[in-house]
Design a protein around this ligand. Structure first.
Ligand SMILES: [Fe+2]
Ligand SMILES: [Fe+2]
Length: 338
């Protein structure tokens, strides 16, 4: 109870700070991070795709009556491709913040690896249950802060787009969690308690970081998603045969094969120009024949999250560079004088 009261009071104090700060803002403001965007990005926004914000958002162009399971809504089209005549400059991360973020995430990840070593048995699903419970928290934290800012009158062109994408990411992570639960990953009360306690504190931590430094908060998740991709990649490689003999959970079949793919497509913001078909990423999803395919899909989802986060950290733009050009954020190299 006591940690809850302390967390509540901390959040209340932060809310007061945000209210005071927002009270001095005009009703209509530009992106809070606009000042951090490189001039090249501003040039791009004004020349090529400001207009993507003026176009009706894909969400509203969908005929609601057509959005049924038997007749899925058209997939949202990502904004116009980046103007190839302009070169974007990736921002680096402050060395101190980069190092601190990496230390936090690596420590948490190492603790989970220590407590839940992968052994090729059903306890592996408990490990993934814990990881998924924690890894999905940031998307709700971003949304919470953005909702609050929106309430206090903050408006900027990319805001709605970004909020929809974060919701779609959270929904995707929810389904990873549901899959792990269907495999028994949450059957032990100790695992549930550990996962939910970590998620509770991590939520408030991300709220604090995102409120004052969006790129730093996105970078935290970039590191988590990178770990997630590598974990699933290793798991599917090492236990391919075992996974291929396991059935597809119902919830996985519903989400990946039967549900309307609108939200799925929405979080895949980083196109691969050589592969995409009219921006409809769901067309690339393989059919599920075994649990192996389910884990491959989950692994690929983590990669999509990672790509979007890299673009957000480095360009403040979910669609900035092509999938083939996305790279991990690097720390700022300080020039030292002799
Ligand atoms: Fe996930
Ligand atoms: Fe993820």
């Amino acid at each position: 109870m006591r940690p809850f009261i302390i967390s509540f009071l901390t959040y209340a104090a932060m809310t007061v700070v945000v209210v005071v700060v927002e009270s001095f803002q005009p009703v209509v403001v530009l992106s809070p991070s606009r000042g951090r965007v490189s001039s090249l990005i501003r040039l791009r926004e004004s020349s090529s795709s400001e207009d993507k914000e003026e176009k009706p958002a894909p969400f509203f162009s969908v005929d609601a009556t057509a959005a049924t399971e038997s007749s899925p809504a058209p997939a949202p089209s990502p904004p116009a491709a980046v103007d190839s005549t302009l070169t974007l400059t990736a921002k680096t991360m402050d060395e101190g913040i980069y190092g601190f973020n990496k230390a936090v995430i690596d420590t948490v990840y190492d603790v989970i690896c220590f407590l839940y070593p992968v052994k090729g048995n059903d306890r592996d699903y408990a490990r993934f249950f814990v990881l998924e419970t924690v890894a999905r928290v940031p998307y709700f934290a971003y949304l919470s802060v953005m909702h609050l800012r929106e309430t206090f009158g903050e408006r900027y062109p990319k805001m709605s787009d970004r909020m929809r994408t974060h919701y779609a990411e959270a929904d995707n992570e929810l389904h990873h969690l549901l899959i792990m639960e269907s495999l028994g990953g949450n059957s032990n009360i100790i695992d549930r308690t550990l996962a939910q306690t970590m998620a509770f504190f991590y939520y408030w931590y991300v709220i604090g970081i995102y409120t004052f430094n969006e790129p730093a908060a996105y970078h935290l998740s970039e590191l988590i998603e990178d770990h997630a991709f590598n974990t699933y990649s290793k798991f599917t490689t090492e236990y391919e045969e075992r996974l291929k003999n396991e059935p597809v959970p119902d919830v996985a079949r519903k989400y990946y094969e039967n549900d309307n793919p609108f939200l799925f497509d929405l979080f895949c913001t980083v196109k691969n120009k050589s592969e995409s078909i009219d921006g409809n990423y769901s067309q690339r999803r393989p059919q599920l024949t075994s649990l192996y395919d389910v884990f491959i899909n989950i692994r690929d989802d983590e990669k999509e999250h990672w790509k979007t986060l890299c673009n957000l950290v480095q360009y403040d733009d979910m669609y900035a560079v092509d999938a083939t050009e996305v790279q991990s954020t690097t720390p700022e190299q300080k020039v030292t004088t002799a």
